[in-house]
Design a binder for this molecule. Structure first.
Ligand SMILES: [Zn+2]
Length: 159
């Protein structure tokens, strides 16, 4: 049998345990952060060797895969988050469609939080997941309508 280098490395990565793979990934992540210039250069080289058409096709494939994955992950995070803070239902009007539900800051301190923790848009859901859903009294689930109305009332009162 002829030694097939490509086949060998494929099997090598396939046979790694999860632990080994995580270790490798963590190492290369660290390397990328420490050597951004080198990483950029190697990426460009790879791209050049591969050819522009092939590269673009690969990018497209990966982007699609990632965006689908992220969408699913986001929905999951959102759902779990709502469940943790009162359920997938608007607290004020009982509206139940998750697509129009949002997490509201009970004390209107969302702007402060966005500034100090850089939590914008959907990042709050993954952030709260990582934190183990703390401060149950600080968040509530509202639909966009009730949220907008709440915000309008707050502005009218000049608070
Ligand atoms: Zn509502």
């Amino acid at each position: 049998m002829v030694f097939d280098r490509k086949e060998y490395s494929k099997n090598y990565y396939k046979n790694l345990t999860k632990e080994q793979r995580n270790k490798r990934n963590a190492y290369s992540r660290g390397w990328r952060l420490k050597n951004p210039e080198k990483y950029k250069a190697s990426k460009l080289k790879w791209r050049k060797n591969m050819g522009e058409t092939k590269w673009k096709a690969l990018c497209k494939k990966h982007n699609k895969k990632w965006s689908n994955y992220n969408k699913q992950k986001l929905l999951e995070d959102k759902k779990n988050c709502f469940e943790a803070y009162g359920g997938c239902v608007c607290k004020l009007c009982n509206f139940k469609d998750i697509r129009a539900l949002t997490l509201d800051h009970v004390n209107n301190d969302g702007a402060k939080e966005r500034k100090t923790k850089r939590l914008t848009g959907n990042h709050i859901y993954s952030y709260l997941r990582r934190e183990g859903y703390p401060d149950k009294h600080r968040y509530q689930v509202l639909c966009f309508n009730c949220n907008t109305i709440k915000e309008a009332i707050r502005r009218e009162n000049g608070r």
